[in-house]
Design a protein around this ligand. Structure first.
Ligand SMILES: [Fe+2]
Length: 308
């Protein structure tokens, strides 16, 4: 199955809403974080009031794609009870997204401590995760691409590499991949001593099943590199984007940018104008990379329309 080739987009992150001029940009798409617009599970609605208003202001301007973080996709709760099935699936159908990406980590109904809790990369978990992934993709009714995570420690009991695990999951489930290139970069920086290799990763996963890509920045804090999405995209990630676009045909390259980490450090204040410039410059670099790979007039906003 091939997906629509939309072009270069930006994640519709709540931390940018209210000051970043989304509506003025030639974005080929916006990536919606389902968790940020959905209604609570203990109420009757699908969208929160704020979420409905936020979507209203952009849904007629841009094609939307969907991203699921805290869906409980690969935890151990009954799939039917998870936020993914109860909120994200109906949201995806309501918004008419062409695909959905989801994050590969454990999460459950507590929602409280799930970030960067990597799956156990083992054969038995690949089978269990693939069963849930296959069922979820059927619920969504559109391609579901699993995002490789940035993680700090490998889950105990892992016997496969992350790439071997993901390749096994999509082979068993018939689902797809969403490649986060900055997560690859962060993992190589943090785990090169343990043999993590981006080159090996790209040679192992089925690149023909990549439906979308994330690029982002991050930074070192003490002796760990963090996927904080709060800096410009580093040069090695741009190099990686060129390489991946020469070996696969995803439907979108999406920039992730967040500000919370900056504010939490307390040593910097948010410079809206300067941050906007960083985001716009990265979007422009991503467009140039896309156009190098797909040719001129290949994005939604640059396609030459031929009259029928
Ligand atoms: Fe990502």
């Amino acid at each position: 199955m091939s997906v629509a080739k939309l072009g270069v987009g930006l994640q519709y992150n709540p931390e940018l809403i209210g000051w970043f001029p989304f509506r003025d940009q030639p974005l080929d798409l916006l990536e919606i974080l389902f968790d940020s617009v959905m209604a609570p599970l203990d109420g009757p609605g699908l969208l929160s009031a704020r979420g409905a208003a936020l979507l209203d202001s952009v849904s007629r301007l841009f094609p939307l794609t969907g991203h699921s973080n805290y869906g409980g996709d690969f935890g151990f709760d009954d799939l039917a009870s998870t936020p993914a099935v109860r909120r994200h699936v109906p949201l995806a159908r309501r918004l008419g997204v062409p695909w959905v990406s989801d994050h590969c980590f454990y999460s459950d109904s507590s929602w409280s401590d799930v970030w960067s809790s990597p799956l156990q990369f083992s054969d038995i978990e690949a089978v269990r995760v693939a069963e849930r992934a296959r069922a979820l993709q059927e619920f969504y009714g559109v391609p579901l691409g699993h995002e490789n995570a940035a993680y700090y420690r490998v889950c105990p009991g892992s016997t496969l590499s992350e790439a071997e695990f993901l390749a096994r999951v999509v082979e068993l489930s018939g689902t797809y991949l969403h490649l986060d290139l900055h997560n690859l970069y962060a993992n190589e920086l943090n785990h090169s001593g343990a043999g993590y290799s981006i080159a090996q990763f790209l040679d192992t996963v089925p690149l023909d099943r990549v439906i979308s890509i994330h690029v982002a920045g991050g930074r070192w804090i003490d002796d760990q590199y963090h996927d904080l999405h709060d800096t410009e995209v580093p040069q090695p990630v741009w190099d990686l984007l060129d390489e991946v676009l020469s070996r696969s045909r995803p439907g979108a390259v999406i920039l992730e940018y967040e500000t919370q980490a900056i504010l939490h450090r307390g040593t910097e204040t948010l410079d809206h104008a300067g941050t906007t410039e960083v985001i716009l410059a990265d979007l422009e670099r991503a467009r140039r990379a896309w156009d190098r790979a797909y040719g001129d007039h290949s994005r939604r906003t640059t396609a030459i329309r031929v009259a029928a």
